[in-house]
Design a protein around this ligand. Structure first.
Ligand code: ADP
Ligand code: ADP
Length: 226
């Protein structure tokens, strides 16, 4: 059975804007899938449905064969990273990473130890005391990644996480994200509108257009038949 299944997902906002139509897809455990497509094509909406931040108008989402349609976001076992990092500016890196654990009442010493472990995973073991404004964009994004991983999620959702970075940093971060993803074996959905980024990172690419899936395939299949 697939690890993740999207089954006929549809979404209308305000009963009017048709954002998604009949989106069906399966993902194997540990797979790195990229959603590629122009702005407004439905990539983020699909991610929001999987994360549980929006509810589907039609269809269902299953993890290991069980519907998560009615499971609240914080109980889905999913880590999420957005383009704008959303770090707390008045908290140091380690506190940012520990924050979700503290919210869930983990004892402080244990939460800080887990935060340090996660910062190590993204190569920031010595930056725990730095505030976001004292770090580069790439470092801030790695803190956001560490924070998304603190609950050891089985599914990681990355919504244009590199969109705010310059080209060299993007390429470096692509490699680092892939390395972390492989090491953890976490099933990942990565959203981008950059074809070369999709080519470099993905096991499979899902091409969106007009709220529908246009094409699904390995990078070379998509590249050969654009
Ligand atoms: P993207 O860069 O992914 O295309 P947008 O700039 O279109 O994102 O959207 C940014 C935010 O605004 C998202 O949270 C999205 O859900 C919301 N949004 C997008 N389009 C609309 C709309 N027509 N009405 C209300 N909110 C929207
Ligand atoms: P993408 O991520 O590919 O840029 P989105 O999923 O953000 O696309 O948007 C798909 C469509 O849904 C767009 O027409 C967008 O304007 C609309 N949309 C997205 N979010 C909202 C929202 N919160 N309210 C109304 N319309 C939205």
């Amino acid at each position: 059975a697939p690890y993740l299944e999207l089954r006929g997902l549809g979404k209308s906002y305000d009963g009017r804007t048709r954002a998604l139509d009949n989106v069906s897809l399966t993902a194997a455990k540990g797979e790195f899938i990229t959603f590629l497509g122009p702005s407004g094509s439905g990539k983020t909406t699909t991610l929001m449905l999987v994360a549980g931040f929006e509810s589907a108008s039609e269809g269902d989402i299953l993890i290991e064969g069980r519907s998560i349609g009615r499971v609240p976001p914080h109980k889905r076992g999913i880590g999420v990273v957005f383009q704008n990092y959303a770090l707390f500016p008045h908290r140091a890196a380690a506190e940012n990473v520990a924050f979700p654990l503290l919210m869930r009442k983990m004892p402080k010493a244990q939460a800080m130890a887990k935060a340090a472990e996660m910062l190590g995973l993204v190569g920031l073991e010595r930056f725990g005391g730095r505030y976001p404004r004292e770090m580069s964009g790439g470092q801030q994004q790695r803190v956001a990644l560490a924070r998304a991983l603190v609950f050891d999620p089985a599914l990681l959702l990355l919504d244009e996480p590199l969109g705010a970075l310059d080209k060299n940093l993007r390429e470096q971060m692509q490699i680092e994200i892939k390395a972390v993803q492989r090491r953890l074996g976490v099933t990942t959905i990565f959203v981008t509108h950059d074809q070369s980024e999709a080519m470099a990172m993905s096991d499979r690419i899902v091409v969106f257009d007009g709220g529908r899936i246009q094409q699904v395939g390995a990078p070379l299949d998509i590249y050969r038949y654009p």
